[in-house]
Design a protein around this ligand. Structure first.
Ligand code: COA
Length: 318
């Protein structure tokens, strides 16, 4: 038994923070941000709006797109590094909202690779015969851990959610997933505090060595895409779409060059919502599906990297 994507959904909060808004708050310019990152605006949660609220919108949209009811879902996996509460995990909280009580529900923390990890876990449950209809979700309120006094990170991050509904099928949709992590990179990209290590004075915020992370990301993603293609005996020219993590347009361009893919075969959404961490790949996927670019039968390569460092890929026959 294999898994196929039968529905996608996404959600962006109404609040928008543009580069021009940031110009007023810190020493930066719209031109610098656009040139170095490709980002023009980010969506930010309203006061009281949470990660699970956004996950619910995205999950319901995926269910509606597939014409399936939440009562049929027998597994929920939510990738997030900004859960509402320390516990219950975001998957369980989403399950409580959807009402499919009793099924396993997980929260997965793998920073920006959180959705790829969630998708891989959901696919493995289905392959093992332990689930038939699974939600894999990525949702983040990164604005809650962004330091708006740090121009090196504040320009990058935004809030949002994306979801995929996977159904058991004899024909493979998810052809492979590959997951990786290297904890020795912890100092380069992390949140400065937490429950057990203790909260950082002044608040727990993302800290990052931007240019080092940039170089490592380009190299890791180049290896990750090779790994996915080789494992499936697929050549670069067979790919219809690259659906990359939306961290920085220059990282996306480097990966597309590595694949010899013209940019018009890459789903690029980074200008409109910045880096939404684990929400980024399912958001881009949903946008590409809903605007008609991604069609049934297309071969998609999904990839992400993030804090940890973590990274991974999924090769998908949509
Ligand atoms: N506005 C204006 N200038 C800025 C700035 C900003 N928002 N942020 C940094 N600068 C300055 C720096 O202070 C530095 O100035 P200096 O030369 O006088 O010291 C200069 O710009 C270059 O800084 P650098 O950090 O080398 O820039 P960069 O080209 O690497 O771009 C990032 C910075 C953060 C945009 C880029 O490194 C990046 O995107 N990294 C990857 C981040 C990422 O994807 N993280 C998430 C992983 S999931």
């Amino acid at each position: 038994m294999r898994s196929r994507i039968v529905g996608t959904g996404s959600y962006l909060p109404a609040g928008v923070l543009t580069n021009f808004d940031l110009e007023k708050r810190m020493d930066t310019t719209d031109a610098w941000i656009r040139e170095r990152t490709g980002i023009e605006r980010r969506h930010i949660v309203a006061p009281g709006e949470t990660t699970v609220d956004m996950a619910e919108h995205a999950a319901r949209a995926a269910l509606e797109a597939a014409g399936r009811s939440s009562a049929e879902v027998d597994l929920i996996v939510v990738g997030t590094c900004t859960p509402d509460l320390q516990f219950p995990n975001a998957g369980v909280m989403l399950q409580g909202r959807l009402g499919n009580l009793g099924c396993p529900a997980l929260g997965v923390e793998a920073a920006c690779s959180g959705f790829i990890y969630a998708l891989s876990l959901a696919d493995k449950f289905i392959r093992a015969g332990e689930a038939k209809l699974a939600l894999a979700v990525g949702a983040e309120s990164l604005s809650k851990i962004t330091n708006y006094n740090d121009r090196g990170t504040a320009i990058l991050f935004g809030d949002g959610a994306g979801a995929v509904l996977l159904a058991a099928d004899e024909e493979p949709g998810i052809l492979s997933t590959h997951l990786h992590a290297d904890g020795s990179y912890l100092p380069l990209l992390r949140c400065s505090g937490g429950v057990s290590a203790g909260h950082a004075p002044g608040g727990d915020y993302i800290t990052m060595a931007g240019s080092e992370v940039f170089k490592i990301a380009v190299n890791m993603l180049a290896r990750a895409v090779d790994e996915a293609l080789e494992a499936n005996q697929v050549s670069r020219s067979d790919l219809d779409w690259l659906v990359p993590h939306q961290a920085n347009i220059r990282i996306i361009q480097a990966t597309a060059r590595k694949l010899d893919l013209p940019l018009d075969r890459v789903i690029i959404t980074v200008a409109d919502h910045g880096n939404t961490s684990s929400a980024s790949v399912p958001l881009a996927l949903d946008i590409g599906v809903r605007d008609g670019r991604i069609k049934r039968g297309d071969l998609l390569l999904l990839e992400a990297f993030g804090g940890g460092l973590t990274w991974g890929s999924a090769l998908v026959r949509y």
